[in-house]
Design a protein around this ligand. Structure first.
Ligand code: GLU
Length: 316
């Protein structure tokens, strides 16, 4: 694969608006998430993309100026922080490495399978355990360290927690609360459930734009080193782990389908964001809040499929 920077005159970058328009037509067939009430306010027909290259240049199309919360996309980066804080042994004693085939917020297997640890760090149960492993004295410090880590990777000091979404999730999180108590009873989660969940709700509610996701993805595309500043933020081994989880579990129960149709490591969130990357080349952020039945941005997935097919991006 060639790794030359994106040139705005490249034929494909000129085609991007056309491809985006074709994908955007699907928005009306999707559904905006509403189980966290605040998320239901998102604009159903929005679709935006930012593709960033190693020089920080790139191309954008559509509604990429809109802000949205990271939701599950944040789980990739809390996993990385927890690995950096604790090392692999401690993390993987408490969280597994396998896809579940269940919903992202299911607690079914915690009881059915021994030991009762979450199957992987990208489902809610796993991400809640990961939140408990982030270093810091108390929930405020853990949440602050997480925010600072995300700001560093996005190269954006202005990233903030969207407090409306945070409160909305905290008020409607019966399932996540029950899961956390269950995990504590299993001896997997230590500490106060409310404190751990507070860290979790805050990192899910960090507000970004497509450009922020693209920059964070770019660090993963270059194995933990920001190619624009040359600064290494994450050890290569941990990025390798995170990218593998993105391939096997990043797109909920459509991860296999996405691997076949798009063929790139990716993580999506219920607010409609998708973070993906072309290794050694691009970091990509997509926003499209209308979701398909599997919980992924319906238009966003379609657009990535078009790009991957047209530009032969699949790794497989
Ligand atoms: N904060 C959301 C939850 O816990 C994240 C879900 C997601 O984006 O998959 O339900």
């Amino acid at each position: 694969m060639d790794s030359t920077p994106i040139n705005e005159n490249d034929q494909w970058s000129q085609k991007l608006p056309e491809w985006l328009a074709a994908s955007k037509a699907l928005c009306s067939e999707g559904t905006v998430a509403s189980y966290i009430p605040e998320l239901s306010k998102a604009p159903q027909s929005a679709l935006g993309i930012h593709i960033m290259d190693q020089k920080g240049g790139g191309i954008t199309a559509g509604d990429c100026g809109l802000s949205f919360t990271m939701q599950s996309i944040s789980k990739v980066f809390t996993l990385l922080l927890a690995l950096m804080d604790n090392g692999e042994k401690i993390v993987f004693d408490k969280v597994g490495m396998e896809p579940t085939g269940d919903n992202f917020n299911s607690m079914l297997k915690l009881e059915l399978v021994q030991p009762g640890i979450p199957f992987n760090p990208l489902i809610n149960a796993g991400a809640i355990v990961i939140s408990s492993l982030i270093g810091g004295n108390g929930p405020e410090e853990k949440a602050e360290r997480t925010l600072q880590f995300f700001r560093k990777l996005a190269h954006n000091d202005k990233l903030q927690v969207d407090l409306d979404v945070y409160r909305s999730e905290a008020e409607s999180a019966d399932l996540n609360r029950s899961m956390a108590y269950f995990l504590r009873d299993n001896g997997v989660l230590t500490g106060k459930v409310n404190d751990v969940l507070d860290v979790y709700f805050r990192h899910c509610s960090i507000q970004v734009r497509c450009e922020d996701l693209a920059r964070m993805a770019l660090v993963l595309a270059f194995d933990g080193r920001d190619p624009i500043t040359g600064i290494r933020h994450i050890p290569r081994r941990y990025v390798q782990i995170a990218k593998t989880f993105m391939v096997t579990c990043g797109m909920y129960n459509a991860s296999g389908e996405f691997a076949i149709d798009v063929g790139l490591p990716a993580k999506s969130g219920v607010a409609g964001g998708i973070l993906t990357l072309v290794p050694g080349r691009y970091g990509i952020g997509v926003y499209g809040p209308a979701l398909n039945p599997k919980g992924n941005s319906i238009a966003g997935v379609h657009l990535l499929e078009t790009l991957s097919k047209e530009l032969d991006w699949s790794l497989f």
